[in-house]
Design a protein around this ligand. Structure first.
Ligand code: ATP
Length: 481
């Protein structure tokens, strides 16, 4: 069976089709879609270059004759991009030499146009299989990313750092906004390093109060304090030969920071109420969403501790800066839920547009929560459509659309923060009624474009009754066509 089932990101490839025949492009995108692959298309070399800057393609279908040059000229450039894609040359009957030349220049294969759906799928499947194997034998990609999803250039750069951290035994500090995956990264490093047979021990420094933290970290002897009814092994000892992960390390109080610095130097400590020292050979990883340099200025964090923590420093980009990953993560989560609930579910293309227009201050955690809520709302439907998504996301998408249409005084949510549209309207002295009217009109225009004026779909997406929708269209001076 040729159909690939998308399970995880490693099975999910991004394909680029570069051909000036727009109908062929559309057909190829559809074929890739049937294989569960995401595909973009470009009609010129210039367009392809732009796309390649933002996305890491694993497979490129390349036409030889293009309006702005010969496809073979851009071949070395494609092969040299960080994701090192496989290239399949699309060649017409009259151009057999071009295909041969291309193979010599490093292309994976060629397809003679017009090729059958079966041939195309077979070719893509083989090229991707080869690509996967090729990456496995190369050092940085030996890493098992597990459930880490993302192919954006910024994430690819982070994977390089995971590989570096996994090969060493140095302390690692992971910083980034909340929900960017700091803990998942730490787990991934642990799973790939030589300590993986031993424990990964997370400690949430933010939730431990001053009284408890010493006992939790270092353990205690029976009778050390009221309520200490038996000996307790501390988490630092549990992490012996494994990894100790200090989450929210910026919230650790100054006294513990001082004690911990000593533990780091000696790899030994004294449990509460004990006279003997206990040793532990742990690897330290820590994470925070705070600006520790600013905390040092405020004397809330010790500089000497920070120096020790950040031998390897991985800075995770916020989700809004990971081009293409929102879509991939959303699909990944929908597939996870579909398996969990044993239900068929997909995301409608319009929903991707809505998800991409939002700024995601809570990053991947927020995205996953939104997808889960939408999944539950879509009960009985086969697709998650925009109406299943929270209203603040739909408003953000509408704002982005308005910004594109007006070109303009109104900027997108992503660039401007959630309240800017209303603020802009207020600054410009627009009445609430006028503001609502504008928004409504833009919404209806967009609804009409997306659905091609199909009234049934318009009702489904908007949640309005037929008569209400007609009256809104009339009020906005819009027809269905
Ligand atoms: N790249 C990713 N691929 C798949 N899942 C991810 C990714 N990044 C984050 N997640 C998921 O998002 C959720 C939040 O991730 P995680 O707890 O690692 O974030 P964090 O940065 O440690 O957050 P906080 O600072 O709030 O503790 C988890 O369910 C995690 O599995």
């Amino acid at each position: 069976m040729l159909e690939l089932i998308v399970k995880e990101q490693r099975d999910m490839a991004t394909v680029l089709i570069l051909d000036d025949d727009l109908r062929l492009n559309q057909t190829m995108v559809r074929i890739m879609g049937r294989m569960g692959l995401e595909a973009d298309s470009a009609a010129t070399i210039a367009e392809a270059r732009e796309l390649m800057q933002g996305r890491a393609y694993k497979l490129v279908f390349l036409d030889v004759r293009l309006p702005d040059g010969n496809g073979l000229d851009i071949l070395p450039e494609i092969l040299d991009t960080p994701s090192r894609p496989e290239v399949v040359i699309l060649t017409g009957k009259g151009d057999p030499d071009g295909a041969e030349l291309a193979i010599h220049a490093g292309a994976w294969d060629y397809l003679l146009k017009p090729s059958s759906v079966k041939q195309t799928m077979l070719c893509a499947e083989r090229a991707l299989k080869y690509h996967k194997q090729k990456l496995v034998v190369e050092p940085a990609s030996k890493i098992d990313l597990g459930s880490l999803v993302g192919v954006s250039p910024k994430m690819e750069a982070c994977y390089e750092q995971i590989a570096l951290a996994a090969r060493s035994d140095s302390n690692v500090l992971i910083t980034g906004e909340t929900g960017t995956g700091k803990e998942l990264f730490a787990q991934t490093i642990h799973k790939n390093c030589s300590r993986r047979e031993f424990e990964f021990v997370p400690v949430d420094c933010a939730s431990l109060n001053k009284e408890l933290i010493e006992s939790v970290l270092f353990g205690h002897k029976r009778g050390a304090f009221t309520g200490a009814e038996r000996d307790r092994v501390g988490l630092v000892k549990v992490a012996d030969r494994g990894t100790l992960f200090l989450d929210e390390v910026g919230d650790m109080n100054l006294d513990i920071q001082k004690t911990f610095l000593r533990v780091l130097q000696e790899r030994a400590f004294r449990p509460v109420g004990d006279t003997k020292e206990v040793s532990s050979n742990f690897r330290l990883m820590a994470a925070t969403n705070r600006d520790l340099d600013a905390d040092i200025d405020q004397e809330m964090f010790r500089q000497d501790l920070l120096y020790r923590l950040k031998t390897i420093h991985i800075k995770l980009p916020p989700l809004r800066e990971r081009d293409g990953d929102i879509k991939l993560l959303a699909l990944f989560r929908v597939n996870q839920l579909a398996r969990q609930y044993d239900r068929e579910m997909t995301l409608a293309p319009e929903s991707f547009d809505v998800l991409s227009a939002y700024a995601w201050p809570g990053n991947v955690r927020e995205l996953f929560a939104v997808i889960e809520t939408a999944f539950l709302h879509a009960d009985g439907a086969a697709q998650i459509i925009p109406r299943h998504l929270p209203s603040q996301l739909r408003v953000a998408a509408m704002r982005a659309q308005v910004a594109r249409v007006d070109g303009s005084s109104v900027v997108s949510e992503r660039e401007s923060g959630p309240d800017s549209l209303g603020m802009e309207a207020v600054k410009q002295g627009v009445s609430l009624k006028g503001f609502k009217g504008d928004m409504e009109k833009h919404y209806l225009e967009e609804l009409r474009t997306v659905t091609g004026g199909d009234i049934k779909r318009m009702i489904e997406i908007s949640g309005c009754s037929q008569s209400h929708l007609y009256s809104l269209l009339k009020k906005a001076g819009l027809s269905l066509k």
